[in-house]
Ligand binder design. Sequence first.
Ligand code: ADP
Ligand code: MG
Length: 396
Amino acid sequence: MRNFDEFFLMSTVDAKRYAVEVLKYFTADEETVCTEIGDGNINYVFKVYSKKDGRSVVIKQADKLLRSSGRPLDTYRNKIEAAILATEAKLAPGLVPEVYHYDDIMFALSMEDISEYKNLRKELADGKMFSHLAETLSDFVALTLLPTTDLVMDRAEKKKNSAFFTNVELCDITEDLVLTEPYYNYKKRNIIFPGNEEFVKQHLYDDEELHCYVAKLRNNFMNKSQALIHGDLHTGSVFANERGIKVIDPEFAFYGPMGYDIGNVIANLFFAMFNKLYTSSEISEFIDYCKTTISDFFDLSFRKISEQYDKLVNFPLYKNADFKKDYIADIIRDSCGYAGTEIIRRTVGDSKVFDITSVSDAESRIAMERHLIKLGIDLIKNAANITCGADVLEML
Ligand code: ADP
Ligand code: MG
């Protein structure tokens, strides 16, 4: 039996022992069950629970090799995930799983089991409509983002944070997959649905005007260390039930533009809507729900960010009303731009979402993808003219 004093990738048997010996979550004689519940392509996630009373813990382990492709990926991502979850738990109590333990040797993060909440992407695909979604998602972004900026934090502290959260390899993934390849396919990894090759060439590869906007968004992503962002806030990172949400999987976190998180939420809500729009005939209620949720999420996020601003920002120059207005307008612009890049990359890039891939009728899929690409482009090109949720829906 191996000790936990040197890294190795755990099996379910190891994880059970880990929960006893390292976490001391169960006693040695307690009967437990462990299953590997990871459904992502990066890490391993073990759930261990007691047969006696059902108490459970989730252990997320980062291997040195990527689960899907086997290529190396820096395990520091696990430390970043543990640290940002702890920060978010303080800023937005109840909206993330509680971290119980972080292990620097095993690259294992042990946390609260949030199995009572379900993957939001899947719930939306099943047609579930949570009435709280605009409210809870906007709470998450408003409560977690602004307080980590140096408008609010001590500026030296923020610089230290920004160094700690430097996430070279995971940012590199975003810089390529999201902010480069859909427009400049230099790694030849794009997967274009047959029939859309010419459309993609014309609208994404050959549009110089679009490239200027995307270059700005890419440069902005790499240089604007504005706030501690989640970095991968799609609907598969949000778990929901009737009572609320839990946000998981912030391993892409770093100091970047706030609008990246907000834009990701908007884009992924659009995917849920487009899936129904192109697959189902009885759709009007769900489509209306998606539209209202997108629009309300947008408006509530910026209203709440503005309220947070008034409450938390004390530095006299930053209390200047025009500066505040510009600062928030800039976040709005970023949010629309990154909503656009997320929509486009999930459509033509190699990391797709099943909202898109599950549309099995080829003609519908071709039409849906063109519609999505146009929406993405419009959001990117018109970002500066969008001021409210209704304007976002106008882009449809
Ligand atoms: P990856 O980084 O590999 O994408 P995730 O953090 O998304 O891994 O976790 C993969 C899956 O494991 C999630 O989709 C979810 O089903 C499950 N999971 C992760 N964290 C928890 C948790 N705290 N409680 C319950 N299930 C979890
Ligand atoms: Mg992940």
